[in-house]
Design a binder for this molecule. Sequence first.
Ligand SMILES: [Zn+2]
Length: 231
Amino acid sequence: MTKRLFWEDMYVREFDAKVGAVDGRRVTLDQTAFNPRGGGLVSDTGTLGGQKVSEVVKEGEEIFHVFGEPPSFGVGASVHGVLDWDRRFRIMRMHTSAHILSAVVNRETGALITGNQISPDESRVDFNLDDFDRGKMSYYIDMVNEAVRRELDVKTFFMKREEALANPGFVKLANAMPPSLEMLRIVEIGDVDTQADGGVHVRNTREIGKVVGLKTENKGKSNRRLYFTVE
Ligand SMILES: [Zn+2]
């Protein structure tokens, strides 16, 4: 199992690690600060041993760093990893914004999230809602920015699985967690949102800046999609 440095500190930009396995263009490490694709988040990119990491994926509890061509280093090598921090920091800002947006829409309408895609430039969240016009989008986005301006601390901690699942508010993304995990990671954004989540977030909502609603789309009956970005 790859040690996830981003679970201890989501602001680690550079790190040292030992190569665990090399499988063609894919490499595992004993520890990594690269957040893999998953939970709707695109993966981090950057360099390992000076070579470009184009994507990072997880299989079970193992994290694979994918290169354009087989790396020049082998098993047991010590490598230095550097994240593309501009990209990662935008993903963190987008992701925390998406949690706040989901909490706001859920509070106002009872709707649940049916999907999301968090990317550095533009993100989207899908809700099981019948009705979602432009006026409502602005209203929800205003409320998201109100929460952002309150400079809420974002806390992460681990909780026993059964304890977390006993709280209905925590379970929205619990299915995304491997069922074998006894402890679930919980992300708490002030008094706005608390849920089981493995992704990367900012440590205070002041780092988000401003959330901007871009457009809404109808994706079939009772499925509304909202696009947003951060400035
Ligand atoms: Zn999340």
